[in-house]
Write a protein of this length. Structure first.
Length: 328
């Protein structure tokens, strides 16, 4: 495993992290009983960065990540990022949310992220102020955001007064390159760490061709990517030449772009496969081929990062009810 300094912090984290949405959530039905083996596999492979959220399985993801790390006696070596304040975007609920997260984890997170931007009528600066307060109260070491467009990221940075935002967690992968237009160049200038979620398009980049879970069924890009023979064949060709797997090549491409991918899994043996992608340094030719076959995905989904944009027009009470009914 290779390590790097996380954004503007002084903390060394693994270049590949582990997403924990898969465990405890309805969307993936990952077996919580396996959580400890997955976490152990990650730590044994050198992964020390873990991503979870208050909404994943209504807290079950946080609880099983926390209990696994506690049982393994590995709290000190792990850097846990969680997310709050999505459907309850007020400073009051950020604090309430993080206190609940701490209770479930059993320790304070390294990074506290605002899960998604607030509805358009809620002042963003109030929330950023609320996040800053969490550092002052000792509830987290660092603060970040998630699903923020370039424009919103700029506004969020302008809101900060006492603590810097260190990261923006966004969807970024070979099938979704919109962030290259106006998020990644700006983030690089500001030394904001880009955490790439859905690095494998929920499995579509790995050769999987059946949507088994709610999370995969809800991802419209899944069908488009699995039918994109040009892209899949190029990933496959490089992986054959490298004696690696398609997911490793997809992750190596994200490393080559200077981002921090956080693939998720329900299977303990897959964690090692993900971690070993950190040993693959794509050469210029390989990076160029992947860039070429995926360049259409810079513009396919529009020129603005619109993820969760519609949610910004839905009152929080409805977001809350929907999340409770669907489960995440
Ligand atoms: N901030 C946000 O709003 C947000 C949104 C989405 C996700 N995230 C974070 O990002 C993390 C990862 O993103 P993601 O959950 O969207 O998924 P992903 O990492 O793109 O894909 C993971 C899935 O790919 C499947 N997979 C991997 N290799 C495979 C293979 N060879 N054959 C078949 N399937 C294969 C795995 O299935 P198995 O489970 O069977 O191994 C796994 O569940 C999440 O855990 C979460 O922490 C954040």
């Amino acid at each position: 495993m290779k390590y790097k300094i996380f954004g503007k912090t002084h903390v060394k984290i693994s270049v590949i992290g582990l997403g924990f949405w898969q465990i405890g959530s309805n969307s993936w039905k990952g077996d919580e009983g396996k959580a400890i083996n997955i976490v152990k596999g990650a730590l044994d492979s050198g992964i020390n960065f873990f991503d979870t959220a208050e909404v994943y399985g209504n807290g079950k993801s946080e609880a099983s990540l926390g209990s696994s790390l506690r049982e393994l006696g590995a709290i000190e070596e792990a850097f846990v990022a969680t997310k709050v304040g999505g459907f309850r975007p007020t400073a009051y609920f950020i604090e309430k949310g993080v206190r609940n997260s701490i209770r479930r984890l059993g320790f304070t997170p390294f990074l506290l992220q605002l899960h998604w931007p607030p509805p358009v009528w809620i002042p963003l600066c109030e929330l950023i102020k609320g996040l800053e307060k969490m550092v002052e109260k000792g509830y987290t070491e660092y603060i970040g955001i998630s699903n923020f467009s370039g424009k919103l990221l700029k506004s969020a940075i302008q809101c900060t007064k006492r603590h810097e935002l260190v990261s923006n967690q966004i969807e970024y992968n070979l099938g979704f390159r919109t962030p290259e237009i106006n998020i990644i160049p700006f983030a690089r200038k500001e030394k904001i760490e880009i955490i790439s979620y859905s690095p494998l398009v929920r499995g579509a980049l790995t050769g999987a061709n059946k949507k088994e879970t709610i999370a995969q069924k809800a991802e419209k890009k899944f069908d488009i990517i699995i039918k994109d023979k040009e892209l899949i064949n190029t990933i496959e060709k490089i992986s054959r030449e490298r004696r690696s797997t398609k997911s490793q090549i997809s992750l190596a491409w994200l490393l080559n772009k200077g981002t921090l991918p956080i693939p998720g899994t329900r299977k303990e043996w897959r964690v090692k496969e993900y971690a070993e992608a950190s040993n693959i340094s794509l050469n210029k030719g390989e990076a160029h081929s992947l860039d070429e076959v995926s360049k259409k995905y810079i513009w396919t989904w529009g020129k603005e990062y619109k993820n969760l944009k519609t949610i910004r027009y839905i009152p929080c009470a409805f977001q809350y009810i929907a999340l409770k009914i669907i489960g995440v």
